[in-house]
Design a protein around this ligand. Structure first.
Ligand code: DON
Length: 311
């Protein structure tokens, strides 16, 4: 479906103007690096499935990808072990609990339920086919870069900040291991998961990930095939179920599109077949989703009339 670019530019600018300085929320503080990112940064970007790019605000500013990286590793795992094994080993349901919940594991007999919570994301890292920790990391970074249409890089500052404070995730990794739900060395999975959260990405690159998922795995900017066409629907279904954590149901109810947030302040939304919409601003709500990012992305979708449930 081709998009009216003049109308799209107006919609993106209007959504940015209305919401880029909205009040409320706070930077994530449990990762020291994130607490110090300027809270007033805001950006909005759309990349269409035809490769057109529309932006507003600080759209080239590179921020920590954080949990949005879980989408990329899920895409790789789907290609490596297939959708049935992902569903069986990790799951495709919401947990109904915070993204780093240990109780969720206890309640669900040690099955993570979703590749988009921390437990499921580390299990997803562990099923990626790899010959060494470096190979595992390289394959995940390559997938992020293919989806984003740019060579993404690890931020040593973010990685250092997370590797020295990620004790809760290490505990989750060992719990999974004790339940036979971890498929490589648990500390290797936690280390690589922490690195995948520590790459930097701009809002335009994030929207390109969305556009690639919208275009059934073909990156519309680079024309490189990032993942198998038949696997994009599984990524989008997982995003719908758990991408916005405790607000995933509210997001489906009000916006009606698959989405994924990160505690770095990024939000990615996909209109299948049409476009990726990405927004960024550091202050988060209590579930870990960017306050302004949600408002900006939702405003674009609503103004253009995109909602999977309204036809
Ligand atoms: O593992 C963590 O807690 C972070 N590296 C990522 C969490 C995250 O982004 C949750 N998203 N809203």
């Amino acid at each position: 479906m081709s998009v009216d670019l003049v109308a799209l530019k107006q919609v993106v600018q209007a959504a940015y103007d209305e919401h880029h300085a909205a009040p409320g929320g706070e930077n994530a503080s449990y990762i020291p690096y994130l607490a110090n990112v300027p809270s007033n940064l805001s950006a909005l970007a759309v990349v269409t499935a035809d490769g057109d790019i529309v932006t507003a605000g600080d759209s080239d500013y590179r921020f920590a990808i954080e949990s949005i990286s879980k989408v990329c590793t899920l895409a790789l795992a789907l290609d490596d072990i297939g959708p049935d094994a992902v569903q069986e080993k990790i799951g495709a349901d919401p947990t109904g609990l915070p993204f780093n919940s240990v109780i969720a594991l206890e309640l669900h007999h040690d099955k993570p339920l979703s590749p988009l919570v921390n437990a499921g994301a580390m299990a997803t890292v562990s099923v990626v086919e790899a010959t060494s920790i470096d190979d595992r990391w390289r394959r995940i970074l390559d997938m992020q870069s293919r989806l984003a249409g740019a060579q993404l890089e690890l931020s040593d500052d973010v990685n250092q900040s997370e590797q020295t404070t990620n004790f809760h995730n290490r505990a989750i990794a060992w719990l999974l291991y004790s339940a036979d739900a971890m498929y490589c060395d648990p500390m290797e999975a936690c280390d690589v998961y922490t690195r995948q959260c520590s790459t930097l990405i701009s809002t335009v690159q994030l929207a390109t990930i969305g556009a690639t998922l919208a275009a059934k795995g073909m990156n519309p900017i680079t024309k490189v095939k990032a993942l198998a066409a038949e696997h994009t629907r599984f990524v989008l279904a997982e995003m719908t179920m758990e991408g916005m954590y405790g607000r995933s149901g509210d997001w489906a109810y009000t916006v009606g599109l698959p989405a994924k947030s990160g505690v770095g302040g990024g939000i990615l939304t996909v209109v299948p077949g049409v476009m990726g919409i990405a927004a960024f601003s550091p202050p988060l709500d209590e579930t870990g989703n960017s306050v302004r990012g949600q408002l900006m992305a939702a405003a674009v979708a609503q103004a253009l009339g995109y909602n999977l449930y309204s036809g």
